[in-house]
Design a protein around this ligand. Sequence first.
Ligand code: NAD
Length: 366
Amino acid sequence: MTAEVLSTKDLQKVAPVFGQLSFDNHEQIVFCNDKETGLKAIIGIHDTTLGPALGGTRMYQYNSEWEALNDVLRLSRGMSFKSAITGLNLGGGKAVIIGDAKTQKTPELMLKFGEFVHSLSGRYITAEDVGMTTADMDLVRTVTPYVTGISEDKGGAGNPSPITAYGVFMGMKAAAKYKFGSDDLENRVIYVEGIGNVGEALVEHLSNEGAKVMISDINQARLEEVRDKYSVEIYGGSNLHAEEMDIYAPCAMGATVNDISIPQLKAKVIAGAANNQLAEENKHGMLLRKRGIVYAPDFLINAGGIINVYAELENYGRQEIIRKTENIYNTTLEILTNAEKNNVTTHAAALAIAQSRIDARKTKKA
Ligand code: NAD
């Protein structure tokens, strides 16, 4: 097969990688391709000022390679800020594998992916994200040490999702304290959108606290399973965002807070696990602020998972994981208060703190 040579004119029609809307001076973007296993992956390394770029691998059936690139750019950038604001010595990275995790994920494909991770000599350390399990990470561990989220019986910290959910629960309580004057979630109407690994664990905390939980997911079997385990209801309507509720918890994919959903939203607080909940962070952060909806920044409150996997690198135990995760409550409250004081969006307030930590380290290194 011959590779087609495009004219300069044709090449100019193709959107350049460095010109992507989500490109934010990422240090390195690695395209991984393997014909034998069908692996098509992109590793994004956003910033390594604070340490190696750590972030999970997402396997997803993207509509196009551009969509996958855009996702990895947004996600890896988010990881830089997540680690920075949480006080971890980690940079931001993420990987995406293009494909259906249910039908296209094979051991050979995962091993090949692990080899690509290894080729970066530790600049990028992987973990699980959507479409991945601890078993996948155990497999990757056989070809590279640059992987976290390993199962406990193999010496890892195990599945990070329950800790992520606990951190989201802490952040949600802080946002409730800020908005309603009490962090007690009893009888609060809370919609959880996406009841996967994190969503289900969050539902458990909320139902233990006596909240009125409504769940929604595209997977009907999963909805019934979770409903039968906890005292929660399945949302049967078609436009969750327009429902009366106290808290909206996005726990599926990103960008659900957007031009369409914001004008309809009746929630007073948004606090969930999904990464990149705001489709456009400045514009949509501002729109939420104008509408008086308190937004608990996603990268701040969903940091439990990274705290959990960081334990594998730093050798701290369960107690320290819980302590760091519970601290999300204090940081969230502080940031919501600061945002109001400084007349900025909560997202911008959180970002500024994260960026200042990165900048301070850069100055120290210089
Ligand atoms: P998951 O794959 O286990 O669960 C996602 C769930 O969302 C699935 O049940 C899926 O059916 C559902 N879903 C997909 N599209 C949907 C839609 N349009 N409407 C409703 N439901 C939909 O993933 P997870 O590990 O629970 O992660 C959830 C989110 O939290 C992701 O955005 C992930 O990046 C983020 N996150 C996860 C962790 C972690 O520790 N797992 C850490 C930080 C952030």
